[in-house]
Write a protein that binds this ligand. Sequence first.
Ligand SMILES: Nc1ncnc2c1ncn2[C@@H]1O[C@H](COP(=O)(O)OP(=O)(O)OP(=O)(O)O)[C@@H](O)[C@H]1O
Ligand SMILES: [Mg+2]
Length: 247
Amino acid sequence: MQRDPDDRPIVRARDVEHAYPGRAAEPVLRGVSLDVQRGEMLAVVGPSGSGKSTLLACLSGLERPLRGTVEIDGTDIGPLSRQRSARFRRGRVGFVFQSYNLLPALTARENVALPARLAKRPADRRTVDAALDAVGMLDSAHRYPDSMSGGQQQRVAIARTLVARPQVVFADEPTGALDTVAGGAVLDLLRHTASGQRSVVMVTHDLAAAARADRAIVLRDGIVHAELVAPDVDALFDSIERASVRA
Ligand SMILES: Nc1ncnc2c1ncn2[C@@H]1O[C@H](COP(=O)(O)OP(=O)(O)OP(=O)(O)O)[C@@H](O)[C@H]1O
Ligand SMILES: [Mg+2]
């Protein structure tokens, strides 16, 4: 039977194993398989050091796993050269990481407009300003990153990611640097982003944030320890507590 390509998971990982150079004896990922469905918000939780950020880097193509395969939108990204991989990801994959990488010579508004321009899908001023408004940074559109707090830079970086309209957004602790109100706004935005054909994979320590996801996976020592569908805070807490108990 011919499958509709839109039914394929946007991300498909099989038996992903990873260790950092020079630390082959300490594998960080020890065989992770998962699918991210289109329109889904997936939370990745687990104790510190369990491999969450490494998993995100492998799923998004930033890090090449030692073994196993990662497909994005039906393409195995493993064999792609660094350059082709970057080109493939542009426009498909968005990042919300704690190092915001805003360009210091550009204003907030210019930073937000940049990736869409690079992807040759320029965003008009209204779209850019709507994204800045959604993260509460429209009043700062003319400011340069140096004059913003870490949390403000993070919000501009999120606006920048969303304006490029990627198929999948990878977010590592997106609310970590934010106060409750700003964190709530960012979470609303990510929740809203995960709909239709667009997906979000979010690493978080914040169980209330993880409970907004459609599904959560709990990592422990580099493997998927549990999977929770429509997770609530209590179930997440219990699961992470069990994952934190050393064997
Ligand atoms: N660039 C790197 N080089 C070498 N080792 C690394 C590197 N990045 C992470 N590690 C190691 O890999 C393991 C998993 O790290 P990772 O950052 O994936 O964990 P995490 O679950 O995201 O933790 P946290 O919740 O503290 O962010 C840790 O033991 C860490 O020391
Ligand atoms: Mg991490």
